[in-house]
Ligand binder design. Structure first.
Ligand SMILES: NC(=O)c1ccc[n+]([C@@H]2O[C@H](COP(=O)([O-])OP(=O)(O)OC[C@H]3O[C@@H](n4cnc5c(N)ncnc54)[C@H](OP(=O)(O)O)[C@@H]3O)[C@@H](O)[C@H]2O)c1
Length: 275
């Protein structure tokens, strides 16, 4: 698979397509990630709270791929925010993954009520400086959280991983990212499968001889976002990686743009409500 990459604000490159493992039980994760690596994915998105860093690490170790061919992301859980707790939680994640470093470490949620993301971010800066992660970023941050982080620390996140799919296209947030050099990474890119019968998408899919899931992933790629679909089904894992051999035209992009519902299109929680 000839993979497009997105260059982050510190020069590190992330494959534009990755494989997400939320809700995959640890015991099944090595098999799913192994199938993904065989299908050509080179980027894996896990998190401490998913409970499957061990299975992810097993698949990486058994893949036969060189470490530098892979891009591994994990995330700090909310209860572990704060300077010293962050450093300890990072060690625990690395240990479970069985790795010497990760490629990207993310603050999972801003948790505004805890108000600990600034101290947490300073610890992330130390992990970056020590070479224990190649890039640092955040997840589920709104512009006000990003602005505060940047103003108070001077360190711009490389990535903000947020809910993004045709029902929730996040145009304002993406514009903020573009202005500040933050890469947008889309979680639940397939809206968890809820959109696959939508007539706009089935219509485009039929015309192109593709599936609705492939059409949605292609839309993400053409938008320029990093995208991390999840599946435990080998045929779907392979199908979701086969998205580089066709292009959506302007009319397709316009039709999909029309599906945006703004905040009403969220399937996950509002980031301000997660603490
Ligand atoms: N940072 C955050 O707060 C956050 C939050 C949510 C998710 N994420 C990340 O984003 C990743 C993806 O999000 P997600 O898992 O919520 O949802 P998703 O990737 O949008 O959708 C996954 C669902 O769609 C199904 N599916 C996948 N490919 C399909 C296909 N080609 N045809 C039909 N159905 C298909 C899967 O079923 P099967 O598995 O049964 O095949 C699964 O039920 C997560 O795994 C995680 O890494 C991050």
């Amino acid at each position: 698979m000839n993979q497009p990459v997105v260059t982050l604000n510190n020069g590190v490159q992330i494959p534009q397509l990755g494989f997400g493992v939320w809700q995959v039980p640890d015991a099944e994760t090595a098999a799913a990630v192994g199938t993904a690596l065989e299908a050509g994915y080179r980027s894996i998105d896990t998190a401490a709270i998913y409970g499957n860093e061990k299975g992810t690490g097993t698949a990486v170790a058994e893949s036969g791929l060189r470490r530098e061919e892979l891009f591994v992301t994990t995330k700090l859980w909310n209860g572990d925010q704060g300077h010293d707790r962050t450093l300890a939680a990072f060690d625990a994640s690395l240990d479970k993954l069985g790795l010497d470093y990760v490629d990207l470490y993310l603050i999972h949620w801003p948790t505004p009520e805890r108000d600990t993301y600034l101290d947490t971010w300073r610890a992330f800066g130390k992990l970056l400086a020590d070479g224990r992660t190649r890039a640092i970023g955040v997840s589920n941050f709104k512009p006000e959280h990003l602005r505060r982080l940047i103003d108070e620390t001077g360190v711009v996140p490389a990535v903000n991983q947020v809910e993004l799919h045709p029902l929730l296209q996040q145009p304002e947030l993406r514009a903020f990212h573009a202005e500040h050099g933050i890469a947008t990474e889309a979680w639940s890119p397939l809206a968890q499968g809820t959109l696959l019968q939508h007539p706009v998408l089935t219509g485009i899919a039929q015309r192109l001889g593709r599936t609705p899931a492939q059409v949605i992933l292609r839309w993400h790629l053409q938008l320029g976002t990093v995208v991390i679909p999840k599946s435990v089904t080998p045929e779907r894992i392979r199908q979701n990686a086969d998205v580089f051999g066709f292009t959506l035209d302007e009319a397709d992009l316009t039709a999909i743009a029309g599906l945006d519902q703004g905040p009403a299109g969220r399937i996950g929680p509002d980031p301000d409500s997660v603490n």
